[in-house]
Design a protein around this ligand. Structure first.
Ligand code: NAD
Length: 429
């Protein structure tokens, strides 16, 4: 049985910017632009709730191992909180807090009625058996039974978790709740209430926002070139859908390295190769292996899509980026210290909280369908998601023009303004 524990000093975040500080530095700039009053600022910068649990799990060797799990609910002013659960050995409370706040801003940017949350367990799922992961997931769910709820806090997959874990979470919550409750979690398998179009949703949103940005920049997609870092769910779908729009994908990468083809990579072929090779591009021969994978970020292309991990564009490489447009598929791929360099170079950035919000948008659709007890067609999902992405892009773009600010700060301005206005209407004690 899991128990709530006292706060433990977190392990230090090494070799990268603290994501919470990175988020706060952008939040502060946007708050200044909006002239946010001190009281509202103080309410919005703090997380509503931080729950830390110890999760004892009987491992396959019969020994009990205790894992530390988190759920941070940043804000619920706009609605129940929404956000993924990460299983990784580097999970850190500050990171979970930053990711929870990003979810608040992301949902507000795309105008869906959710607040923001994030969860995580410090563990290495790659060394754990399915049985151990299942027991850990169920114990975590039980420990969070008073936090989660279809109208309270709705988790979803993140790094290290997927439909399998969401199915266990839904089942465990349903048992404790005494009834099948599909709307408590999104990202479920299709057969048990998952939504059509969810798998490709984030990559599709990246494509839609990239096209919207290209239009503003007067860039013809059929003449444009792109490099995509990360070839997982987001990167591979973004690359595929961009190439279907006529964009030449000159480079893609994953943990095995970066691959370059001057004439354009056949993305469908690369995806088929990856699927046949344990999800990795090792040995892919449709392109040349680049000497240094990080050089993909500096490639001579029009559009750069970082869709892998945090903090890859930093003050150390930002001045050498050649792309005119960066569309952030990943969460937090650009460190705050790189923002000013990118802005000075005149590169347009479609920021993470806008560019990758197609995922949470279709998660929202999944929740709506579960609540309606009615399944939408794929066409309904994609048409509605594309409209939401385009509307959000236009709103952020108009805000960036109005205040003469970069798109990233404009996205924060749109989000914080919406949450702050709602807060004012709702009031405080
Ligand atoms: P994933 O695990 O499916 O894929 C990650 C990919 O990145 C893999 O191809 C991996 O090999 C590659 N990778 C890892 N480290 C790398 C490195 N240093 N250089 C190059 N490639 C590297 O993950 P995903 O779901 O595609 O998520 C990618 C990013 O997008 C994460 O930041 C995630 O938080 C964000 N995101 C995902 C979704 C979603 O719906 N999946 C939604 C919003 C944001």
């Amino acid at each position: 049985m899991a128990v709530t524990t006292v706060y433990k000093e977190p392990a230090p975040i090494v070799d990268r910017e603290n994501p919470l500080e990175s988020m706060m530095s952008r939040f502060n700039i946007a708050a200044d632009i909006l002239g946010l009053d001190e009281q509202t600022y103080n309410v919005l910068k703090a997380a509503d709730k931080q729950v830390i649990v110890s999760i004892p799990v009987t491992m396959d060797d019969g020994k009990v191992q205790v894992f530390e799990g988190y759920r941070v609910v940043h804000n619920t002013i706009l609605g129940p909180s929404k956000g993924g659960i990460r299983y990784d050995k580097n999970v850190h409370l500050d990171e979970v807090k930053a990711l929870a706040a990003w979810m608040t801003w992301k949902c507000a940017v795309v105008d869906i009625p959710y607040g923001g949350a994030k969860g995580g367990i410090i563990c290495d799922p790659t060394t754990m058996s399915p049985g151990e992961i299942e027991r850990m997931t169920r114990a975590y769910t039980l420990a969070m039974k008073d936090v989660f709820g279809p109208d309270r806090d709705i988790p979803a997959p993140d790094m290290g978790t997927g439909p399998r874990e969401m199915a266990w979470l839904m089942d465990e919550f349903s048992k404790t709740n005494g009834m099948t409750t599909p709307a408590v979690v999104t990202g479920k398998p299709l057969v048990m209430g998952g939504s059509l179009g969810r798998t490709e949703a984030t990559g599709r949103g990246v494509m839609v926002s990239a096209l919207a940005a290209m239009k503003k920049l007067g860039m013809d997609p059929t003449k444009a070139t792109a490099a995509v870092q990360g070839f997982g769910n987001v990167g591979s779908w973004a690359a595929k859908l961009l190439s279907e729009q006529g964009v030449t994908i000159k480079a893609v990468s994953d943990v095995s390295g970066a691959y370059w083809n001057e004439n354009g990579i056949n993305v469908d072929e690369a995806i088929a190769y990856k699927n046949a090779h344990n999800g990795r591009l090792d040995g892919y021969t449709g392109a040349q292996l680049m000497d240094n994978a990080d050089d993909l970020l500096l490639a001579d292309v029009d559009v750069l899509v970082p869709a892998a991990v945090e903090d890859v564009i930093t003050e150390h490489n930002a001045d050498r980026i050649k792309a005119k447009l960066i569309v952030e598929g990943a969460n937090g791929p650009t460190s705050a210290s790189a923002d000013s360099i990118i802005n000075e170079k005149g590169i347009m950035v479609v920021p993470d909280i806008l560019a990758n919000s197609g995922g949470v948008t279709v998660s929202y659709f999944e929740w709506v369908q579960n609540k309606q007890g009615f399944k939408w067609t794929e066409q309904m999902v994609t048409e509605r998601a594309d409209r939401i992405m385009n509307d959000a892009f236009e709103k952020v773009y108009a805000t960036s023009q109005k205040y003469n600010i970069p798109m990233r700060i404009a996205a924060y301005v749109v989000a914080i303004d919406k949450v702050a206005q709602t807060y004012k209407f709702r009031g405080a004690y």
